[in-house]
Design a protein around this ligand. Sequence first.
Ligand code: IDP
Ligand code: MG
Length: 141
Amino acid sequence: MSTEKTLILVKPDGVRRGLVGEVISRIETKGYAIDALRMLQADEALLAQHYAEHVGKPFYDPLVEFMMSGPIVAIVASGNRVIEGFRSLAGVTDPTVAAPGTIRGDLARDQGTKVIQNLVHGSDSPESAAREIQIFFPSNK
Ligand code: IDP
Ligand code: MG
């Protein structure tokens, strides 16, 4: 069985706040490998693909606007059960209730905005990971 991979994003709030290194450090100190990494400015077409499951939801437009508000960092990390493992490192979606010790629980809070700003994205299943890695790293198989 080949090692599992996941797609992680440091969102614009994380880049603005200088937390790229902190996020990478948590991935690496947990023991996962960084396989690929790039900084980019997302556009609407890319985000419509990435967030396809959320198109039409009330927070979709604010989400896209937020995700285009500055550069993001896309990371492919690997290791056994890394999909579940990074979701655990990230904490739940709402940073107010994300557990202390997690990225969102330690480093983010409610900003009173229409979209929840929570520093990171992590794929939620092997199918999502394969799809999302292809979006951000089209040459990676
Ligand atoms: P996840 O990032 O924890 O997997 P998803 O449900 O996939 O959460 O939502 C994608 C992103 O959309 C979240 O990380 C957050 O930034 C934003 N979001 C999700 N649900 C809400 C909501 O109910 N209100 C505002 N923003 C939301
Ligand atoms: Mg999600």
